[in-house]
Design a protein around this ligand. Sequence first.
Ligand SMILES: *[C@@H]1O[C@H](CO)[C@@H](O)[C@H](O)[C@H]1NC(C)=O
Ligand SMILES: *[C@@H]1O[C@H](CO)[C@@H](O)[C@H](O)[C@H]1NC(C)=O
Ligand SMILES: *[C@@H]1O[C@H](CO)[C@@H](O)[C@H](O)[C@H]1NC(C)=O
Ligand SMILES: *[C@@H]1O[C@H](CO)[C@@H](O)[C@H](O)[C@H]1NC(C)=O
Ligand SMILES: *[C@@H]1O[C@H](CO)[C@@H](O)[C@H](O)[C@H]1NC(C)=O
Ligand SMILES: *[C@@H]1O[C@H](CO)[C@@H](O)[C@H](O)[C@H]1NC(C)=O
Ligand SMILES: *[C@@H]1O[C@H](CO)[C@@H](O)[C@H](O)[C@H]1NC(C)=O
Length: 664
Amino acid sequence: MKFLPSLSIAASLLLASSIFIQQVSALSLTIRNDVPGNSSSPILYGLMYEDINRCGDSALYGQMLRNWNFQANDTGGNPDLEFWNIIEEGTKASITLDTNVGLNDVNTNALRLDIKELESSSGRAGFLNKGWWGLRVQPDESYKASFFAKSDGYSGPLNITLEKSGGGVLASAQIDGLSKDFQKFEVTLSPKDIQASSIDNVFAISVDSKEAVDHSIWFQVFSLFGETYKGRENGLRTDIAETLVDLKPKFFRFPGGNNLEGQTIDTRWKWNETIGPLEERRGRLGDWTYWNTNGQGLLDYMYMIEEFIVFVFLLFYTNKFILLYLPNITYYLDMNMEPILDLYAGYSLQGDSVPKDELGPFVQDALDELEYLLGDSSTKFGKLRAGHGREEPFKIDMIEIGNEDWFSTTYDYRYKAYYDAIHEKYPDKTIISTAAQKSRPWDLIDDHYYMTTDEMISNFDYYDNYARSGNGSGIFVGGCCGTSPANLQAALADGVFITGLERNSDFVKMIAYAPAMKRLDQEQWNPDMIHFDTNSVVVAPFYYIFQMYSTHHSDTILQIDAEEGGFNPLYWVAGSNKELNEIYVKVINLDPAPQPVNFNLKGLKVLNYGNATFISGGLNDENTLESPDTIVPKKNTFHIRHQNQFGYTFEPYSATVLTMKIDS
Ligand SMILES: *[C@@H]1O[C@H](CO)[C@@H](O)[C@H](O)[C@H]1NC(C)=O
Ligand SMILES: *[C@@H]1O[C@H](CO)[C@@H](O)[C@H](O)[C@H]1NC(C)=O
Ligand SMILES: *[C@@H]1O[C@H](CO)[C@@H](O)[C@H](O)[C@H]1NC(C)=O
Ligand SMILES: *[C@@H]1O[C@H](CO)[C@@H](O)[C@H](O)[C@H]1NC(C)=O
Ligand SMILES: *[C@@H]1O[C@H](CO)[C@@H](O)[C@H](O)[C@H]1NC(C)=O
Ligand SMILES: *[C@@H]1O[C@H](CO)[C@@H](O)[C@H](O)[C@H]1NC(C)=O
Ligand SMILES: *[C@@H]1O[C@H](CO)[C@@H](O)[C@H](O)[C@H]1NC(C)=O
């Protein structure tokens, strides 16, 4: 018994010395600001977007009604009235799809309401739409509804309502003045006293007037929007848009992806069917097996990327003097994204290529699309754009020719035809090739990495070993990452991969994680970093790594010398931001144990503390609707005893960004 205390002293001495030994032998990283670093791409992190996993219609695109123009059923078959239900309360009425009542050449299908009997003044006849897996009504939100309608003799009123699914009106509006010709009606619905967000709601249109008996009313092209991102008409669902913006993405590649290509040449995404008023857009069967309404079209994408602000003409005056005069400045403040316009390039997903001698009209179509976006309003298609409400041409510097053309054997002649035509007219554009081909040069090549989690890790050094010369000037990693549930393990593996990309970001100019978004229960590709249902949004652990990396932008990548170890289980990259005078060290720890590191700074002095932002947890941890905050970034500060030396211990299974201020 007596020797116990001394034993424990010995044990603690042993422990202390092992800690000591561990500390002196810990990995030591020297961050070299005394040698020139490589410059890093200013637009490194961004988004690749296409409608997949139901992330366009039903999600980012804020349209709340489903089957709103009866162009086709959900799988692209014959149009029907799916998602619309009859309301017959004390009445006899019916709804039918009338395919002979054209609003224009595109929209020839109407919902016809026939009212046969209305027994009492408390009865009503009409129809309702349940939205996309529910219809969200939120506190303090107003809803704008519109539709076209006409009747064979009933002039109104019509009641337009938001209601609980089980009954109970939340908001209503009325319209009058129906006539024998289609007119567009617009109302605002403002529910009062909504305490909490709910989705068990419907949008309804009904009549409760006996005057309506024996009459028919035709309806075309419905629309219902809540408050959209930045209030834009036909705009974006705010919570999803903000989740994208919070990543501070620097570029936006659109509109696909496979969804640009079509399963067949004929079902490709056609830019000119996605412009103009909603009632002129036909929609198409997307590549991901469901109907795309094209409600979110080419111009809508451009507005989203750009997001403009108008400063209005102001005059301040007294009786004697004009005090201040501000000119009317319109300027464009986007989500800080550079558009990467992807052009259809004569290849569709099932494997068909447009033959070489038939490519002409397809190339011309791409030139027309470019003119629509870039031409001034004296050009044919620039004028069309101006007619759609946008006088000023857009700014697009990057153009991608096709999508994943390594699947085809015809890219050489197709790339050549598009490249020559585009380069001739727009010689200063950055041209992105989607595959290695020998016909013409490129500025960037779009590489994709869909591999296992282990492979993502083992590809950490892929671009360290990649011959920089002879392959154009750089790489766009336009799609990645590992196939796995969207848990912390996947996030860390993908984090290792993008750490490797950032180390090579003199050459790898852009990184996108694609697909970025999925509607829960509608997954077609996994993993995705933003998950949502009708009510809410939840992000995967990788989202936070991408955000931490994107929001700590290094303009220069600094050399790091390692002693007492190398990569694995830690993976790192460091850089500086001259404008902010900051140093960032980004580190992934794949080990279940904490990992101490001794940092030395060469040619660099920093303030006496730094900030750390990190995520960590269990490998299987996921964020779900029920527990959205299982993995969220945490912050702490760490002391820097000497201005050029400090220790930091990285959490088990973690991704960390250390921020230090340069002492200059
Ligand atoms: C869509 O219509 C086609 C026939 O045109 C039919 O085969 C298919 O089952 C329908 N799909 C749905 C979701 O109703
Ligand atoms: C229709 O609107 C009027 C006026 O707001 C209202 O009095 C009536 O109750 C509404 N009918 C239904 C069925 O909502
Ligand atoms: C779109 O352009 C193609 C090719 O120029 C043309 O054939 C087609 O009619 C156009 N469609 C619309 C809706 O303007
Ligand atoms: C200022 O610009 C807006 C938007 O372009 C325009 O609607 C408005 O008429 C302009 N006002 C003046 C005084 O020029
Ligand atoms: C070009 O890219 C390929 C991969 O696409 C790579 O194997 C090769 O090393 C690169 N460099 C040169 C000079 O071709
Ligand atoms: C800079 O890039 C070159 C390849 O062009 C590479 O050899 C070198 O290690 C890079 N330096 C840093 C600091 O990453
Ligand atoms: C640490 O974070 C705080 C709060 O965001 C900020 O004010 C401070 O400048 C940061 N310091 C460093 C060294 O990054």
